[in-house]
Design a binder for this molecule. Structure first.
Ligand code: FMN
Length: 235
């Protein structure tokens, strides 16, 4: 049977109010998105696009392994910002840019967060650009959200579970992993949460921080963010 034609007079379903609220919470926020080496990196492209559409200023940093899954140019196009793939190439300034990025951030997200990245963070390592930026973030003022993604056996490893407990105690926030289909053709826990779910967690964390802490000098709300501004070093 053919679909009935839509009644133009019928009330239109309104956009999901929670999605609108999430977008509002993220507007004008400076958000670092760290991408590590996992198949789910393709979903992070959608996450970055949604954050940009919400009006956030998104800076993407990628580990070398992450660049094997999605090219930096994709994130550059979606965020409209330079992408950091090395601690040694100073993209925006001659200052220690991991410090300035970390200080300016309202939130950092790592999605996907690999098993290896969980281990590095849990042991306080800073030898790739993602962990280096996170090492300079004070989680008492700036939340860090991890979205793990890995094969179910990798997720259930005692080492991984131990690292997750350590990171939780150290003040990292988690979203997922979800239970479901995995790229290794298994079904189980370890699948990265969907971009919308990560977005909702991000909005909740930013909202909590805004409600709890006084506005810091230099907060995005105080700053006039000129997205097209070119640092003097790059002119
Ligand atoms: C095809 C392929 C897919 C992979 N998928 C994942 C994954 O989903 N999750 C994960 O934790 N590691 C995965 N790995 C392993 C990581 O890429 C590897 O541990 C790497 O060292 C992670 O580096 P990074 O954390 O610096 O990005 C995969 C490796 C390959 C070759």
């Amino acid at each position: 049977m053919p679909d009935r034609p839509a009644n133009p007079d019928a009330p239109r379903p309104s956009a999901a109010p929670s999605a609108d609220a999430d977008a509002d919470a993220l507007r004008a926020k400076r958000i670092i998105v760290g991408v590590t080496g996992g198949i789910a990196a393709y979903k992070t492209a959608a996450l970055v696009s949604r954050l940009a559409q919400a009006g956030a200023e998104v800076t993407v940093a990628m580990t070398p392994a992450a660049t094997k899954f999605v090219g930096p140019i994709t994130f550059q196009a979606l965020s409209g910002r330079p992408v950091y793939t090395s601690a040694w190439e100073h993209v925006e300034s001659h200052d220690p840019q991991h410090i300035s990025l970390a200080r300016a951030a309202d939130l950092a997200i790592v999605a996907p967060c690999s098993m290896d990245c969980l281990a590095r963070l849990a042991t306080g390592r800073a030898d790739d650009v993602v962990c280096l930026i996170l090492s300079a973030i004070d989680r008492k003022t700036t939340p860090v959200l991890l979205a793990p993604a890995m094969n179910e056996t990798m997720w259930s490893q005692p080492a991984t579970q131990r690292n997750v407990r350590t990171l939780t105690q150290d003040g990292y926030a988690f979203v997922g992993p979800a239970h479901g289909w995995q790229a290794c053709r298994a079904v189980g826990p370890g699948r990265m949460s969907e971009p919308e779910e990560i977005l909702a967690s991000a909005a909740a964390l930013v909202g909590e921080r805004s409600a709890c802490s006084p506005v810091r000098s230099g907060d995005a709300a105080e700053r006039s963010v000129d997205r097209n501004a070119v640092s003097p070093d790059r002119q």
